[in-house]
Design a protein around this ligand. Structure first.
Ligand code: PLP
Length: 419
């Protein structure tokens, strides 16, 4: 622990970590007889009681299918579900609620853009730019579609710190570039990408930009209009919400022009065997079938919780945690941090000479510390850096400096055991 880290931590008075922690029942549990130190937040963040309570309330009081019922329960469920749309709109700074489509998560949102916008707008000879930093969920949907349609995928390179090369990015554009698909924050390295600038460059070339915000939404304020994103996606379970609910933001003009993605109930205006079936207005055109009603309502509670704590306070606090963790693990002999971008979210990825990441992950769990090991669904990135796997600690609003110290001590112990 450095004096600097302590002083800086004290200069972030807006986040009361003890009060934040009190909202998370799971943080009281023990793992292998030790207090849980949960540092796998980039995979899934924990859930405050305000979100957990939504499920009891919904299933205990007003469980009903939405939109089509005339009875009281259906009305209440519809109002709560549609209320979340407004919460998401405000959270993202979007202009209109009809620009907010509920999905199962980021993966489904990107597949929706590929399947609906991509299929209608891409053809052989076109080009899609994605970055070396992408999660598989922003790579594979484009690869699948490119096999079918024959467009080319070009990769925006990274430097040795895991920072995107913006000059190279600008040079990749041709008159056939139709789309840029890039993450806002890298899940593997924590790099924060300059998506506003990237959107400006994409638009200058007449291309659209899809931003994967899965790792940004929990850590910083997002304003889709300021970024000028054409599409923006995030997942509820990484932003203190439930699994099974996520968001696709799309500019209304784009969503309106897109064909439907999945067909079924809810997304139609009229269905006929004699005439053309017609579709509902956006966003309902993209929400076929019964959605995850309780999960979406709980997502609303999560976003209200995050906004109540304040994303600026959360981001500043996580920066303290990251600085402390970086400083502590840097002292460990033979430990190499991957991802050293100057602008980084709370993600610390590293490898250790003479120690397998998987062994570290398993052994540190025995000490109550949950980190993630593996390729983090970013194999092209890890292979570029010459590794198959890293250990990754990732931070959230409820983590403490003491937990960072416990993690660093546990890591030192585990490394001494496996070497
Ligand atoms: N994009 C990024 C950057 C991610 O970190 C993740 C999940 O780890 C995803 C997309 C996929 O999110 P989900 O599995 O919630 O669809």
């Amino acid at each position: 622990m450095t004096d600097l880290a302590t002083r800086d931590a004290l200069e972030v008075p807006r986040l009361d970590v003890a009060a934040v922690r009190a909202d998370f029942p799971i943080l009281a549990r023990q793992v292998h007889g030790r207090p849980l130190v949960y540092l796998d937040n980039a995979a899934t963040s924990q859930t405050p009681r305000q979100v957990i309570e939504v499920f009891d309330d919904y299933y205990g009081r007003y469980n009903a299918n939405i939109h089509r019922g005339l009875h009281t329960l259906a009305d209440e469920a519809t109002a709560a579900y549609e209320g979340t749309r407004e919460t998401v709109r405000a959270f993202l700074g979007a202009a209109e609620t009809r620009e907010i489509v509920f999905t199962r998560g980021t993966t489904e949102a990107i597949n929706l853009v590929a399947g609906a916008w991509g299929r209608a707008n891409l053809k052989a000879g076109d080009e899609v730019l994605i970055s070396r930093l992408e999660h598989h969920s922003n790579i594979v949907p484009w690869q699948l579609l490119s096999r079918e349609l024959g467009f080319a995928i070009k990769v925006i390179p990274v430097d040795e710190r895991g920072v995107l090369d913006l000059d190279a990015y600008a040079r990749l554009f041709t008159e056939r570039t139709r789309l840029v698909a890039v993450n806002h924050v890298s899940n593997a390295f924590g790099t924060v990408n300059p998506v506003r600038e990237m959107a400006r460059i994409a638009h200058e070339h007449g291309a659209r930009i899809l931003v994967d915000g899965a790792q940004a939404a929990p850590h910083q304020r997002v304003d889709v209009r300021d970024i000028d994103a054409d599409f923006y996606a995030f997942s509820g379970h990484k932003v203190y919400g439930p699994t099974g609910a996520g968001v696709l933001y799309g500019k209304a003009s784009l969503l309106e022009a897109m064909p439907p993605w999945q067909g079924g109930g809810e997304m139609i205006a009229t269905v006929s065997f004699e005439h053309e079936t017609t579709f509902a207005d956006i966003p309902h055109k993209f929400e076929a079938g019964t959605p995850a009603v309780a999960e979406v309502i709980a997502l609303g509670a999560a976003l209200r919780w995050v906004s109540g704590v304040g994303l600026e306070a959360i981001g500043a606090w996580e920066a303290q945690l990251l600085a402390r963790a970086t400083e502590r693990v840097s002292r460990i002999d033979g430990l190499r941090i991957l991802g050293t971008a100057p602008d980084k979210a709370g993600v610390l990825s590293f490898v250790v000479d003479g120690a397998h990441s998987q062994d570290i992950g398993l052994l540190i769990d025995q000490l109550g510390v949950a980190i993630r090991t593996g390729h983090h669904c970013a194999q092209p990135l890890l292979h570029h850096f010459g590794v198959d796997a890293t250990c990754r600690a990732s931070f959230a609003a409820y983590n403490t400096l003491e937990e960072v110290d416990l993690f660093a001590e546990a890591l030192e112990r585990v490394i001494s055991m496996v070497r």
